[in-house]
Design a protein around this ligand. Structure first.
Ligand SMILES: [Zn+2]
Length: 265
């Protein structure tokens, strides 16, 4: 009898250890807030009956990190590790799928917390306020929302070479400092490019990456976009893609001519 009781206690202890005890309070709190206590596999609302489990139980580095944590119901937790290699049926849960499914659930319960972001590099078409190497920048959160934070990183490319992110005394444009975005405010700023950007005739591009941080500290990375400088008419125009995508086309010698001709995407 005594042995039986000890076995039950051991099993319960082992089960509890498996689920979440080695995740810190902060990791668990974020998991539960970001999922709104829904299972990140089946999507069911769990209330109290939810566990924070490891996606990769055998992972060594960062085993109890936010990246390796997933809130799940009891049934899905059991299913995550259940797959008979000797008699394969169905499809097992792979780590990559679990992470993407978890992020899909998180997104569903946090995307409404962030506003639209209107970010513009100046001078835009028709403006005369800034001349290279000075560049203007404005950002306006759009819509109804509670105050949020953002990190902004601007990377410079000249003639296809990466000149790195914008460095300045106040690191507003290299992602090192958070912006406080309050409702109803537009922030206007400026930064300076390396002098050779103003002197050269090569293609000049800025890649803009904005990460919005919601009130529950979840990061929402917006897709990167580029601004190309039209040297003929002196303004920046928006490219709806990243430098990585554009790079191949920039190698073609006709690109500068094409930019000059169209001034648009
Ligand atoms: Zn579930």
């Amino acid at each position: 009898m005594r042995t039986h009781s000890k076995l039950i206690i051991d099993c319960l202890t082992k089960h509890n250890n498996m689920q979440s005890d080695d995740f810190g309070k902060d990791v668990k709190l974020k998991c539960l807030l970001w999922s709104d206590r829904h299972c990140c596999v089946c999507g069911k609302r769990c209330g109290l009956d939810i566990e924070v489990a490891h996606i990769d139980e055998k992972r060594k580095e960062g085993k109890s990190s936010q990246d390796n944590a997933i809130p799940v119901c009891y049934k899905c937790h059991a299913d995550m590790g259940r797959y008979a290699k000797w008699h394969p049926r169905g499809n097992k849960y792979r780590f990559e799928e679990l992470k993407k499914r978890r992020n899909q659930i998180y997104e569903g319960y946090t995307s409404s917390l962030i506003p639209g972001i209107l970010a513009v590099v100046h001078p835009a078409h028709g403006e005369k306020s800034f001349q290279l190497p000075s560049v203007g920048f404005s950002i306006t959160p759009v819509g109804l929302f509670t105050p949020i934070n953002a990190r902004i990183a601007v990377r410079v490319f000249l003639g296809g070479s990466d000149l790195g992110e914008i460095e300045s005394r106040k690191p507003y444009y290299n992602g090192k400092i958070v912006w406080n975005l309050n409702p109803g405010l537009t922030f206007n700023g400026n930064f300076r490019l390396p002098d050779k950007c103003a002197e050269g005739k090569e293609d000049l591009l800025l890649e803009l990456k904005i990460t919005v941080i919601d009130p529950y500290e979840r990061k929402h990375e917006l897709l990167p976009v580029c601004y190309t400088y039209n040297r003929i008419n002196g303004f920046w125009f928006l490219e709806p893609t990243s430098f990585k995508e554009l790079k191949h086309y920039l190698k073609q010698k006709t690109i500068q001519k094409n930019f000059s001709d169209s001034n648009q995407v």
